[in-house]
Design a protein around this ligand. Structure first.
Ligand code: HEC
Ligand code: HEC
Ligand code: HEC
Ligand code: HEC
Ligand code: HEC
Ligand code: HEC
Ligand code: HEC
Length: 310
């Protein structure tokens, strides 16, 4: 009787344990299921667009890949937005040019503020002419140029994350041939990386120590970048430049800014003081070394003469 009762109790516990375990397993399965279906694809678009190799020729005659990489969609900033929210329920009835301009326009349908600034920037202004050399949204926000792999700007791997911005700009501004065709001859990336700002950014090993450093975007802006010669540019003229330095160098003023070489070497036109100082010190160095060498040479001659006399 006793044995039977305890057997029954054991049986109840067993059932309870089994059902709790089952519930737990079900929860885990649901969670896993949810995370593998993170990309919202309620209409199964990926059954076709998940296949690499699907392409189409756009309005400019460029072959555009229609492949959408599900793995990248799963980690994108827009992973909780369904395909049809951006593409309408009947995406194949809409004729898109699939150019950098049409892309920016679509991003701009939600990010209106960024779009308007960008359209008025040195990059964005070229889009209406069908120029695809200039930067648009995905050149700075996606590592493979796809509108489906845009990641949040504060992610460490984001092309727009502070530490990575210089490399992102350098994808084009480090290309001498491309830049020469626009009359831009300064080696902006190299000179930045050589500067104290570029060095400090590389040395700042921790995220927190990189945040106060100056990168391209701190001097030029990002959505609203202007030509350096445009009076509206934050680097045009000493007054604007001084205000730009003052964001970090409190009370810098025009004098501080006038000592800045920009991306060029010092010359009679560019910070002459630095140029003449450089000339002075390099000539001084030559004189000192030459004088030293002369003294050594004379000593050798004298020593040899003495030995010869002996
Ligand atoms: C049965 C396969 C298939 C499915 C399912 C499918 N597509 Fe497509 N999609 C295509 C093909 C093929 C093209 C290229 C058509 C062409 O050459 O004009 C295309 C083109 C596109 C384009 C480019 C549009 C343009 O201007 O030409 C977009 C955007 C697109 N699909 C989005 C979607 C979305 C969003 C879904 C889900 C709602 C979806 N597709 C479902 C096969 C498919
Ligand atoms: C946050 C908005 C957004 C979401 C969500 C989105 N797309 Fe797109 N998609 C775009 C933009 C922007 C373009 C570029 C359109 C252009 O160039 O005119 C684009 C272009 C495309 C193209 C044309 C080829 C290309 O890569 O430029 C296809 C195909 C496509 N999307 C399919 C999909 C599918 C499938 C999904 C769901 C898994 C999806 N999209 C989800 C914004 C989105
Ligand atoms: C030349 C590079 C560049 C281009 C082109 C660009 N962005 Fe950005 N964007 C950035 C940088 C850099 C940041 C991050 C700034 C920061 O550190 O806060 C940013 C930030 C953002 C943010 C976060 C909110 C904010 O404004 O800081 C959004 C949203 C965004 N961009 C959308 C867009 C869209 C949409 C386009 C195209 C119309 C675009 N961007 C074009 C570089 C760019
Ligand atoms: C349907 C509206 C919609 C469209 C179209 C759209 N976005 Fe977004 N985007 C959003 C929303 C909503 C978020 C915020 C997502 C979140 O925080 O979960 C976002 C977030 C972002 C972020 C991250 C901002 C941050 O603070 O880090 C960037 C960058 C961005 N979008 C760029 C783009 C680009 C580039 C395009 C075009 C390829 C685009 N978006 C198209 C709605 C949209
Ligand atoms: C996809 C290529 C590309 C990327 C990425 C890019 N640019 Fe540009 N940029 C260009 C081209 C091409 C021009 C020349 C446009 C013109 O002269 O009409 C240009 C022009 C400029 C100019 C004006 C130069 C002048 O004449 O004074 C500045 C400043 C500039 N870019 C800064 C940046 C910064 C900062 C970044 C990164 C945040 C960046 N760009 C990212 C292609 C790019
Ligand atoms: C976003 C912030 C920021 C901006 C904008 C900025 N700087 Fe700096 N700068 C720094 C930081 C931080 C350092 C210290 C680097 C280090 O040693 O860690 C620095 C260092 C320097 C130094 C080296 C000597 C010193 O004082 O440490 C000079 C010179 C300098 N900056 C000049 C300029 C000029 C000129 C401008 C404007 C054209 C400018 N900076 C704009 C953040 C900035
Ligand atoms: C501390 C401020 C500062 C930083 C950081 C900075 N720039 Fe500049 N940039 C300037 C100034 C000032 C000029 C105008 C004088 C000159 O060309 O040297 C300029 C000019 C330019 C020009 C036009 C050059 C030409 O030949 O017309 C481009 C393009 C440019 N910068 C891109 C960049 C890029 C890309 C980065 C990051 C790799 C960057 N800048 C970092 C201050 C800065």
């Amino acid at each position: 009787m006793n044995k039977n009762a305890s057997g029954k109790a054991w049986g109840k516990g067993h059932w309870l344990l089994a059902s709790v375990t089952l519930l737990l397993l079900l929860g885990v399965a649901l969670l896993l299921g949810a995370s593998s279906a993170q990309a919202l694809d309620e209409n199964n678009c990926l059954s076709c667009h998940g296949t690499p190799g699907l392409t189409k020729t756009n309005g400019n005659g460029d072959v555009i890949s229609l492949f959408v990489d599900e793995k990248k969609v799963n980690t994108a900033a827009h992973r909780y937005i369904d395909c049809t929210t951006c593409h309408t329920a009947e995406p194949h009835k809409v004729e898109t040019a699939l150019t950098k301009l049409s892309l920016a326009q679509k991003c701009g349908s939600c990010h209106e503020y960024q779009y308007r600034l960008h359209l008025d920037s040195v990059h964005g202004r070229q889009l209406v002419y069908g120029n695809s050399d200039v930067a648009t949204c995905v050149d700075c926000h996606s590592s493979d140029g796809s509108p489906h792999s845009v990641i949040r700007v504060l992610e460490y791997a984001a092309p727009a994350y502070k530490k990575n911005i210089a490399q992102t700009c350098a994808r084009c501004h480090g290309d001498e041939g491309l830049m020469a065709s626009y009359g831009i001859v300064d080696k902006v990336y190299e000179s930045y990386m050589r500067s104290f700002h570029g060095k400090a950014m590389q040395l700042g090993a921790y995220e927190i120590s990189q945040l106060d450093k100056a990168t391209c975007a701190n001097c030029h802006g990002y959505h609203d970048i202007k030509p350096a010669s445009d009076p509206a540019s934050p680097v045009a003229g000493l007054e604007n430049l001084a205000a730009t330095c003052e964001q970090c160098h409190t009370g810098a003023g025009v004098k501080f800014a006038s000592g800045f070489l920009g991306h060029r070497e010092a010359s009679t036109d560019n910070v002459p003081v630095a140029y003449y100082t450089e000339i002075f010190f390099s000539s001084f160095l030559v004189i000192v070394i030459g004088f030293g060498a002369l003294i050594v040479l004379l000593a050798i001659v004298r020593y040899s003469l003495n030995r010869w006399r002996e």
